[in-house]
Each structure stands twice: as C-alpha cells, then as structure tokens.
Design a protein around this ligand. Structure first.
Ligand SMILES: CC(C)(COP(=O)(O)OP(=O)(O)OC[C@H]1O[C@@H](n2cnc3c(N)ncnc32)[C@H](O)[C@@H]1OP(=O)(O)O)[C@@H](O)C(=O)NCCC(=O)NCCS
Length: 191
C-alpha cells in the first residue's frame, strides 16, 4: 500500500473494500451526481471502485479516497486519471507522446463549502507534478457546474475555451455533453 498523502485536515489514501458502503452512498446521492448522467447503483459503485484500483496498479496514481482526519469518515474522492477517451485536447497530447491526465473531485454534500476539494486537490497536484513527473494536468466539467469550476479557479487552473469539447461518452444532443476544459502546467503550480 502506497504512503497516503496528508494535508492539514485530510488524508488521501487508496480505497479499501470496507469503504464500499460509504462510497456507494455518496455516488447514489442525486445532489452529488447532479452534473453526471445519473446516480450510481451499489453495483455500479463497486465496479467503479474496481476500475480505480486497477488504474492505481497500472499507473501508480488514481482517485484517492479522502478521509476527514477529525472524524475518520470517508468524505470524498480526489485524484488523477489518464484520459482515455477521444477528444481533441487529449488526442493532441497523445500525438506528442505525453499522457493526458485529468484531476477530479467528488465530496459528500454534508461537507461542501469547507474548502476540502481544493485542499485535497493541491496534494494530488503536488504528487502529479512531483512524484509522477507530469508536465500538465487538465480538468473538465459541464459549463453549469459552478462549484467545480470555482475549485479549478482556486487551484490556478486556466479555462481554455478553444479546447472545450463534447464528451464522447454521452449521446449526441445530451444536455451534459458539452464540457469546458481547464489546464495547469507544472511550472504554474503554486503548492
Ligand atoms: C465540486 C465540489 C467537489 C466542490 O467541493 P468543496 O469541498 O465544496 O469545494 P469548496 O469548499 O472550495 O467550494 C467551492 C464552491 O462551491 C460552492 N459551494 C459552497 N458550498 C456549497 C453548497 N453547500 N452547495 C453548493 N455549492 C456550494 C461555492 O461556490 C464555493 O466557492 P467559494 O468557496 O468561492 O464560495 C463539490 O461541490 C461536489 O462534490 N460536487 C458534486 C460532484 C461534482 O460535481 N464533482 C465535480 C465533477 S467535474
């Protein structure tokens, strides 16, 4: 098991089998999943957890479980993932031989507004640019997801309108298909 990342209030560690019920409860909440296609069933969360584990084994990084140190509760997920789908910004990176890596976050609604997402994300970015030697990390969401865009802004990420894209995993015409793309270069990251 890799060493967890620690911030002032949070511990970022790999998901464990005994996290499944808390993880599934977060993913089943319609408020948390408002900007995703739908909430996840318990089985879909189990499959998602398995994919996260495989990603860690393959790449050394992934979506970390975020534990609140004061309570010991699993309060969210923050981490780095290889972008594998077909979109111009990702294809451009891959054409240059560079891995395209995104940062993402999801927290239980009860802790929103405490600054946990940017706090956890800074630790994930530091690992991405440091230990994993990435040159750039991107983030994306639907245009209406103001809280997530605010987190990107707090991290010093820059919206790149020329790279906004239609998410290929959603059907054409779906309201959640258009996405905005934000970028952050290692040289611009202030830890
Ligand atoms: C996006 C998200 C991770 C932000 O996490 P967070 O820990 O609340 O982040 P912050 O505390 O820095 O708050 C970010 C912004 O969220 C908004 N916000 C704060 N409290 C909120 C609340 N109770 N309800 C809705 N939005 C709220 C504010 O605009 C805040 O910006 P501000 O600090 O300038 O006021 C969280 O809202 C979330 O889990 N959303 C659902 C999952 C999701 O959409 N993930 C992103 C997919 S791309």
């Amino acid at each position: 098991m890799e060493t967890p990342l620690e911030t002032g209030r949070l511990l970022l560690r790999r998901l464990r089998a005994d996290d499944l019920d808390s993880f599934a409860a977060m993913n089943a909440d319609a408020a948390v999943m408002r900007y995703f296609r739908s909430p996840l069933t318990h089985d879909e969360s189990a499959a998602f957890m398995q994919r996260i584990d495989t990603h860690f084994d393959t790449h050394g990084f992934g979506f970390w479980a975020v534990e609140e140190i004061s309570s010991g509760n699993l309060v969210g997920l923050t981490g780095l993932a290889r972008v594998m789908f077909d979109a111009p910004f990702a294809n451009d990176a891959r054409a240059l031989g560079a891995p395209c890596v995104e940062i993402g976050w999801r927290f239980v609604a009860g802790v929103w507004g405490r600054g946990y997402a940017p706090e956890a994300a800074r630790a994930a970015l530091a690992a991405g640019f440091g230990r994993f030697g990435l040159d750039e990390i991107v983030a994306f969401t639907v245009p209406d997801n103001a809280p997530s865009r605010r987190v990107m802004q707090k991290l010093g990420m820059t919206h790149s309108p020329a790279d906004d894209f239609e998410h290929p995993n959603l059907p054409e015409g779906h309201a959640l298909r258009p996405h905005v793309l934000y970028r952050l270069k290692a040289a611009d990251f202030a830890d």
